[in-house]
Design a protein around this ligand. Structure first.
Ligand SMILES: C[S@@+](CC[C@H](N)C(=O)[O-])C[C@H]1O[C@@H](n2cnc3c(N)ncnc32)[C@H](O)[C@@H]1O
Length: 390
């Protein structure tokens, strides 16, 4: 399927079903769709805990459940399914290239290098951290590499690793959001998990300067987005708020069980505080500043007292603390169940965002392929936009 066709299809379906994925059950106790689709709501609220975890993680299964209640949804799954990029053996290099890289990161980088495929251009590794990807490409493709990175400490560490491995790799300490003389015409720009505006600026600037090839695996789409996402291509009608673009990257597929438990507890406690606030100052959600992690390690009564003080609310009694801790737990269960609905659209929104960049490149004369470069268990941010100037 052509990129523009896929984008238009997703644009139409996501716009049509906005009422399902836009409302956040964390903020809205019962999103409006609960009234329109009561059987869906009841089925979700009755789900056993194990199914909730599975459905929040598996977008395809969540879409299938929704499609039993909501007509017209079936097209979303097909549009959210992308081809896997070519998957050959990783470059056969001496393992020294990978000194100090954790196993999963190393496999991500190798998969990226395989999918990006070698070329004859000088390489720019954009927001490269210690330049692990750049180092692998310098060795595997035998091309000179510049790694651009804002953090001078990472650059110094990376330069040491490059020397040890004998890679032709230079580091440029620069701010990717304002640097004027990178990227350059004729380069092959690679970016593995450059967040939000960092990858968007690479593409915008690179197109203007005549970069020959791009291989970009985006992440954290919401970074640098104002109130609304500003599309770079096409004339679609989908409107995404900053929070909607955050939805694209909320899954926790790589969390350890302990992190999951901590996240559940933090969510329950915040919802317990939200319930307390609704009880004492009006029944509507109001956002609050980030909660210091240490506060969620104390006991709930202490947490609630600290939050109440910070947010200018009356201090809760000991009895209130017991009551709202329970309410928080109960609301967490409901939020997780009702969130299955918005999580069903997560991958479709992410693909729409990647297609926006891919179509911008295609509109500017590049031949573009969009696919996944590795298994989701290695990283859920596994989309790769691969473009070459025609
Ligand atoms: C998620 S890491 C990815 C690093 C590397 N590409 C990788 O996959 O291992 C994002 C990197 O972007 C760098 N970064 C953040 N803001 C930047 C900026 N304004 N200019 C250049 N680099 C930036 C960070 O320091 C970090 O090393």
């Amino acid at each position: 399927m052509r990129l523009a066709e896929r984008r238009q299809g997703l644009d139409e379906l996501l716009s049509a079903f906005r009422e399902l994925w836009h409302p956040q059950p964390f903020r809205e106790i019962r999103p409006e769709w609960c009234e329109r689709w009561p059987a869906l709501r009841d089925e979700l609220l009755a789900l056993p805990e194990a199914d909730v975890a599975h459905l929040n993680d598996d977008g395809g299964a969540a879409l299938a459940l929704l499609a039993r209640h909501v007509p017209g949804l079936t097209g979303v799954a097909g549009l959210a399914e992308l081809p896997k990029m070519p998957d050959t053996e990783p470059p056969g290099l001496n393992k020294r290239w990978a000194w100090e890289i954790p196993g999963r990161k190393q496999r991500q980088i190798e998969a990226f290098a395989v999918a990006a495929q070698g070329g004859d251009r000088p390489i720019l590794d954009w927001c490269g951290g210690q330049g692990h990807l750049g180092r692998l490409l310098a060795l595997a493709w035998q091309r000179p590499v510049h790694t651009l990175e804002i953090d001078a400490v990472l650059c110094a560490a990376g330069a040491g690793l490059a020397r040890r491995a004998g890679a032709d790799q230079q580091f440029v300490v620069a701010d990717a959001l304002s640097v004027a003389d990178w990227p350059r015409a004729g380069q092959h720009a690679v970016a593995l998990h450059a967040c939000g505006e960092l990858h968007r600026r690479l593409i915008r600037e690179g197109v203007g300067k005549g970069v020959a090839r791009f291989d970009v695996a985006p992440c954290c789409y919401y970074r640098g987005v104002g109130e609304r996402y500003q599309p770079m291509s096409g004339d679609g009608r989908l409107v995404l708020t900053r929070d909607d673009t955050r939805l694209a990257v909320t899954e926790t597929v790589t969390s350890a069980p302990r992190e999951t438990r901590q996240r559940d507890r933090a969510m329950a406690w915040k919802l317990g505080f939200d319930a307390y606030r609704r009880a004492v100052s009006g029944n509507e959600y109001r956002s609050f500043k980030p909660v210091p992690e240490a506060w969620v390690r104390a006991d709930f009564a202490e947490f609630l007292a600290r939050m109440a003080e910070r947010e200018g609310l009356p201090l809760p009694s000991a009895r209130a603390a017991v009551e709202f801790e329970e309410r928080g737990q109960q609301r967490r269960g409901e939020v997780m169940r009702l969130s299955v609905v918005r999580h069903a659209f997560r991958r479709a929104i992410e693909i729409w965002l990647a297609l926006d960049l891919a179509c911008h490149l295609a509109e500017n004369g590049y031949v573009v392929v969009l696919g996944s470069f590795c298994e989701r268990r290695l990283t859920p941010r596994n989309l790769l936009i691969s473009a070459r100037l025609a």
